[in-house]
Design a binder for this molecule. Structure first.
Ligand code: HEM
Length: 426
């Protein structure tokens, strides 16, 4: 007990703030006390039970009947009445997709929409990713200084995602605005004033998603996952309903590209600030797949996800009431020493890196995980081979404050173009 007669760890729980600099700058470190002392605690500021240990998080992911995913896309900061009115004017009706759907509807839907994600269908995408990446690297390799996010890591995953979905590659800047609005709307803490601006952007995103669907319906032979979805909607509307198609069109653009862009930005930041690891992969590209997993473990782009209890239950020795909202912090589980030796150490040779929870776990586990991984591998292969002398520039990293999505806005890097290997005569 401290001087005020309160248990210090309860004080930590009381003061826990997912929007504080501490959590935002290093969620795993911010929850070390919890992993050690109080692995499941109620945060009054957030109104959520926070779960920080690897085994508990996995147990939650494993049982999606007691721990329903239905709140996964709920606004973590409730809308102001004014924002609700604004959203109404756009007919905004975000509903269940896959990630927040209960059983048995979820599995039935996931099954009929799975084919596009099979490895043999992904292999063909690798060439496109490599071509797009090479074009980007060609454009900046002689410049000596670039923001990797702006120059490559934002746009390539967006183009790959749109191609995979079969969505026309329209105005990228419009989509960028929309994605930020969707993230802030769902996982952020906008001020009352900001809520209005965000509501307008989200409303417009919703309308835009509806228009894309109408346009795609006019191309019955179209390729890509959303075309497939539209066909399944016509064939089996009870399994793939209209509300799903519209909600998914909006959610998937963010789910497929923002996650991958942010994970890639984290990856370059992490590797370039662990120079030996960077040099090792420049020497030996076969280390890249495990390095990607270790980056996803150590500094993933989804740091926390949500579930809600459907009945009274016990977790990590704590009794939870029915209807309890849970913030399960994968970033913390990913550094839990009970599962990962020296969990807070970055080690590309770690043999269980792939056990990380960044893609979730169980029946909702990320369907696009192998697309994301493949993109990250290609980025690393191309950049480490062509610009091994790359250095992280001096900079302050900025993050969009949300509970769940994490990655720097910019990653400035520098190098001497004179020393580019491709300029050296053999
Ligand atoms: C679900 C993370 C890339 C499509 C999820 C979930 C997470 C996640 C945490 C929820 C898992 C759960 O509840 O157990 C990531 C990360 C990515 C990434 C970190 C990149 C590094 C992608 C891509 C696509 C995609 C590229 C599509 C092309 C999906 C879908 C679901 C999902 C459809 C819902 C699955 C279900 O509920 O059955 N992802 N994702 N993701 N992700 Fe990803």
């Amino acid at each position: 007990e401290d001087a005020a007669g309160k248990c210090p760890f309860s004080r930590e729980a009381e003061e826990f703030d997912a929007f504080s600099d501490r959590y935002q700058s290093d969620p795993a470190e911010a929850l070390r006390w919890s992993r050690d002392q109080k692995p499941v605690f109620f945060s009054p500021k957030l109104g959520y039970w926070v779960v920080s240990r690897y085994d508990d998080i996995k147990a939650v992911f494993r049982d999606n009947s007691i721990f329903s995913p239905r709140i996964a896309l709920e606004k973590i900061t409730p809308a102001t009445p004014e924002a609700v009115e604004v959203l109404k004017t756009y007919g905004y009706a975000m509903n269940r997709t896959l990630v927040n759907e209960d059983e048995p509807a979820h599995m039935e839907r996931r099954r009929v929409l799975m084919d596009h994600f099979f490895p043999e269908n992904l292999e063909a995408k690798q060439e496109m990713v490599r071509r797009l990446t090479r074009e980007k690297v060609d454009a900046f390799i002689d410049s000596g200084r670039v923001d990797l996010v702006e120059a490559m890591l934002y746009e390539v995953p967006l183009n790959v995602a749109l191609h995979f979905l079969g969505v026309p590659e329209d105005d990228i800047n419009v989509l960028r605005n929309f994605s930020v609005a969707h993230s802030v709307n769902t996982w952020g803490r906008p001020s009352d004033e900001k809520q209005l601006a965000v509501a307008h952007d989200v409303g417009q995103f919703w309308v835009y998603a509806g228009k894309i669907i109408e346009r795609m319906k006019n191309e019955p032979e179209g390729t890509g996952w959303m075309h497939e979805t539209i066909r399944k909607n016509a064939e089996m509307p009870d399994i793939v309903p209209d509300s799903y198609v519209h909600s998914m069109m909006m959610a998937i653009i963010v789910a497929a590209h923002e996650t991958t862009s942010l994970a890639s930005a984290n990856m370059f930041k992490t590797l370039l600030s662990h120079r030996q690891a960077w040099e090792d992969i420049c020497q030996d590209a076969s280390l890249i797949p495990n390095a990607v997993e270790e980056c996803l473990r150590y500094s993933g782009s989804i740091v926390a996800w949500r579930r809600q209890t459907t009945a009274k239950t016990r977790l990590g020795g704590v009794d939870l009431p029915e209807g309890a909202k849970l913030l399960i912090v994968q970033a913390s589980g990913n550094q839990d020493e009970r599962h990962f030796e020296d969990g807070d150490t970055f080690d590309i040779y770690r043999d269980n890196a792939v056990d990380h929870l960044t893609f979730g776990y169980g029946s909702h586990q990320c369907m696009g995980k192998n697309i994301g991984r493949m993109e990250m591998r290609v980025f690393l292969e191309e950049v480490s081979r062509r610009i091994p002398h790359l250095q992280l520039a001096d900079q302050e990293f900025r993050y969009l404050p949300t509970t769940s999505f994490r990655g720097p806005d910019h990653v400035w890097v520098e190098w001497d173009p004179e020393k580019n290997p491709e300029r050296q005569k053999p």
